[in-house]
Write a protein that binds this ligand. Sequence first.
Ligand code: ADA
Length: 684
Amino acid sequence: MKTNNLLIYLAFVAFLFPYMGFAEDGPRVSVLLNKGWEYKPIRITDKNIPYTQVTIPHTWNASYLKGTTDYNRETMVYRRDLELPLQTAGKRFFLYFEGVNSVADVFINHRTVGQHRGGYTAFCLEITDFVQGGKNLLEVWASNAFRTDVLPISGDFNVYGGIHRPCHLIVTDENCISPLFYASPGVLIHQDSVTDNKAEFTVETILSLRKPSAELSVKTTVFDAKGKIVAEKSGAVTEEHVKHSLQIDNPILWNGKENPYLYSVRVELFEDGKLIDCVKQETGFRYYTVDADKGFFLNGKPLSLYGFCRHEDFAGKGSALSDTEYARDMELINEVGATAMRLAHYPHGEKMYDLCDKNGIILWTEIPMCGPGGYDYTGYLHNQGFEENARQVTRELVYQKYNHPSVCFWGIFNELLISDGVRFQEYDNPVAFVKEINALFKELDPSRLTAFATCVDQSHYLGCADLVAWNKYFSWKDSYKQASDFFDEARATSKGYPVGVSEYGAAGSVNHHACIIDGSVELTSRMHPEEYQAVCHEGYWKAFTERPFLWAKLIWQFSDMQSSIRKEGDTDGMNDKGAVSYDRKTKKDIFYFYKANWNPEPMLYITSRRFTQRDKAETWVKLYSNLKKATLYINGVKIGTQVNDGMNRMIWPKVLLNKGENQIRVEGRNGKNTIVDTCTWYLE
Ligand code: ADA
């Protein structure tokens, strides 16, 4: 950079500095616009009513009135000042929104810049021709009102309204790596062929040229995790899509949790030899297959895929999550030892994909085409707006998440019901459209597999995706037998398509308890004992471990979450099938059941620990533990020793509690170390 250019550039960066959340090295400036926003409902026309100040990510629905089914689905005006340098000539300005739920209309200085439909994918708008040097007014009208041309049009979760993900101002030169191509990074890394010996890939860079006459060249450099250059290529620009074919011999593969190894790819754009733009992406090279008899294989080796379906929902925050909440979820996912996750029922925030790349979690990620409902009343076929929106979010999802090695499965739909001529009419039959969406996924990304999650007869959907998966809920009393029979039958009738489990689980309240042995508590929609949830999961898990053909086993769900349509368990408006509570502070018994089975770290945990007030002396004591055996003491008196039953449980089936306080203590040994857990129960 010449000295005076450098000075102008530094002055420009310094001017923007007060706003800056981050700036990449290189000439592109990216400014996080999280502060200085205010909002109010558009229906308030009185100018004297002030706006409320907010920091984004933000939703106005985070704590709606529990137990209601009419949470706000309306339009809010968000606005803030956008200060730019006085001299803007020669620069381009873009607004990059990671997610505005559900429809965003963007204005600069009261002029319409554009609209985006769909709250769970990013979008980018160029504002160069709308801004002036100095102060500008940025306004976003965000609406989460129901409409049939914006996905999702159905679903068991709340559609939180707002600028619920971060927003950035990107400043580039007149020629740049495009932030506009479906709001992707503008750099797509195609894994053409990956083996243990060689990774062959093409780095496609999409340019946006306002001065196409310039002498342009692109340089692609690939670094290993230590920063050593392992591949590079450069060449003159002859078209807006620049493709560089590269290879790495003996690559270190991205190998799930065992070794989530990442390379980084840097693309630089030069004009007359001067660096004018730069984008960096991380990626990992891997290959994988699914076998109808043996399940999932990563880099040629079998890998059992198990974990949770996760929604973006956190107590007090709704879907407007900060890095802290993402990090907390990943900590819990690592603690339990999951290998996979399904991001339900829409694309999640970018942070989650980054964390999964770094932690080696295999992802299923999907578009928000979900039932139940079969689109009755709203119509399905011939709804061009709906179909166009589905195609658009498919493109956005694929291009935005393309470089993440954790993403292995594109989910094409969740629980679309099928016309039966009675409840659902012929116009609700989604099969033809689902096939179209699958073909679109395959066209955009032939390297990955597609899957669907059905709750109705799979035969309708065979051939609609590479993989079949079932959302299946069985009774706690008999989940082992029911799951065994059901999935054997599903496999026998799947015509060779691999079958997996996209959802299974049971309700479980940490405030509801029942002693399983006496069976005296009736399970009702309002009574969800934590113990029943646990027994239900144990049955499922036993059935699944005996069926290695299941290509995925995904629990519904990671945490409790809001769903305004529910009135059940101990809280209205809540789906309590989570393994952890809505605020992530309580890990339910099932969390420890899976931890004992998935995480080899020695552990021991007394279940029913929250069942503190007892009215019957006879009870069972059940541990989840991956130790060989453990000894139980009550009020210091040794009761006996039990051995691991093969499912990482130890059960004392008939134990008598004392009147008053009972100190429950269990001890197990791991080599020289003693592991202890305690809790206290009271008998009336
Ligand atoms: C369905 C659905 C989920 C959730 C779940 C449940 O399978 O896909 O979104 O509603 O059931 O909790 O019952």
